[in-house]
Design a protein around this ligand. Structure first.
Ligand code: FDA
Length: 392
């Protein structure tokens, strides 16, 4: 059916990593990747905006960071990275504060000059108010972790907007920790390596699959039986790596897995710089969006190629996803986990299919974790499957 030794459903980072590994380790193997979207890169895809020269991350801000030497060495084969360091600010009550909550945030919020030890003692005292409370909802949990003032200012309404749900109705388990830093360090990620691909995400991804034995077909839905590379035609005939939603693969037989999605509203401003930073969160309930991304700031090194008269900003609105929306963050309630486990059990009936990636595993993975899990899946699952079918 397929003119390939392996078919990969999904040209996101999981699928691309598998494709790259297959042709690297198997000198004659041919791979065919399909994706229902009209571009490669999955959710990490970006494009360049004509008016401003900004690199727009089409599915939300994507910042690369990792502490895995294996992943860092791997990605550096296909791109170099800028020295971008991610920092986030938040607007609360008409004032801008640094995030994650750090000594700068605390001292600005309390109009104080606390030392690290004084700030720590204060937060412990404020959190201590709920020391004996067994948190039944996210509200209690938040207060128990960092005390009422900081929780209510910076976490409560932001989380409510993310979930479109009153935190008193949300499970406590959504936040296990709320890290507070007792230094002025507001570097967002703590990983060893961090940066953005020097000539953009898409150039990086294209280099991963720059091989005549890798074919890519875009705009192709694996469940569309009117085109040749579809589930009914392929399963059992050729090894498959499937990185789409797992519930969809099994026809939703065990029920639907729930996701949150994000809507973006683009606004253009006739000015060089609108926020002075790449990401501005909005902590308050009266602002309907959760945050805004000003893309030019991700690549200050491209200043001479960017417009200084215009800038482009995307405002983010969070909501629960319907079946036709882009699934972004797994909701992951206990019911969802139970449903996912049922699908996981169905996988054993499909010995020629490897399920991977965030949609195939119903999980949130950062990019490095997606690549890491694809490298492992190649070694442990795909290579043996391919060997079997190449020998057959
Ligand atoms: P991904 O979703 O990218 O790819 C799956 C592909 O399968 C898609 O292209 C889809 O079209 C295709 N597909 C699905 N069904 C199909 C079908 N029936 N037929 C054909 N094709 C089909 N990570 C990070 O490290 N730093 C960050 O800053 C961020 N930021 C971030 C923001 C937001 C809003 C999200 C949602 C995610 C992030 N991430 C992130 C995570 C990052 O996006 C993630 O690690 C990778 O995109 C996962 O790659 P996958 O290949 O697993 O899925």
């Amino acid at each position: 059916v397929a003119n390939a030794d392996l078919v990969i459903v999904g040209a996101g980072l999981f699928g691309l990593t598998i494709a790259q590994q297959v042709v690297e380790h198997n000198p004659t193997a041919r791979v065919h990747i399909i994706d229902v979207r009209n571009h490669i890169g999955g959710n990490a895809y970006s494009y360049f905006d004509e008016q401003t020269g900004a690199e727009i991350h089409k599915y939300g801000a994507h910042l690369f960071h990792t502490s895995s030497k294996r992943v860092w060495d791997y990605v550096n084969r296909f791109t170099t990275f800028t020295n971008y360091v991610h920092r986030v600010y938040t607007t609360h009550n008409g004032e801008v504060f640094p995030l994650p909550i750090n000594l700068g945030t605390i001292n600005q919020f309390f109009h104080a000059a606390y030392t690290p030890a004084q700030a720590k003692a204060l937060i412990e005292q404020q959190a201590g108010e709920y020391a004996d409370v067994d948190p039944q909802n996210l509200n209690d949990q938040g207060i128990k972790l960092i005390g009422k003032p900081l929780y209510e200012a910076f976490i409560k309404n932001y989380t409510a907007k993310q979930w479109q749900t009153d935190p008193e109705q949300l499970p406590a388990t959504i936040i296990r920790r709320l890290p507070v830093r007792f230094t002025y360090n507001n570097r967002y990620f703590k990983d060893t390596w961090e940066g953005l691909p020097i000539d953009g995400y898409t150039a990086w991804f294209q280099r991963m699959i720059d091989n005549p034995r890798i074919e890519v077909s875009l705009g192709v839905d694996f469940f569309d039986t009117s085109q040749p590379l579809n589930k009914a035609a392929l399963v059992g005939k050729v090894p498959i790596v499937y990185t789409g939603p797992i519930d969809r693969y099994f026809g939703y037989s065990e029920g639907e897995l729930k996701w949150r999605t994000v809507d973006f509203k683009e606004v253009r401003y006739a000015e060089d710089d609108h926020f002075g930073c790449p990401v501005m969160n909005y902590a308050d309930a009266d602002v309907p969006y959760t945050r805004a991304i000003e893309f030019k700031h991700f690549n200050p090194e491209r200043a001479d190629k960017q417009s200084h008269d215009n800038t482009v900003v995307w405002y983010e609105y969070s909501r629960f996803a319907g079946r036709d929306d882009d699934p972004y963050y797994p909701v992951n309630t206990d019911a969802d986990k139970a449903t996912y486990n049922k699908y996981k059990n169905l996988e054993s009936a499909e010995p020629q299919v490897v399920f991977g990636g965030r949609l195939g595993q119903y999980a949130y993975f950062d990019m490095w974790a997606t690549i890491d899990s694809a490298l492992t899946a190649y070694e442990e699952q795909v290579a043996p499957l391919l060997k079997e079918s190449l020998n057959a």
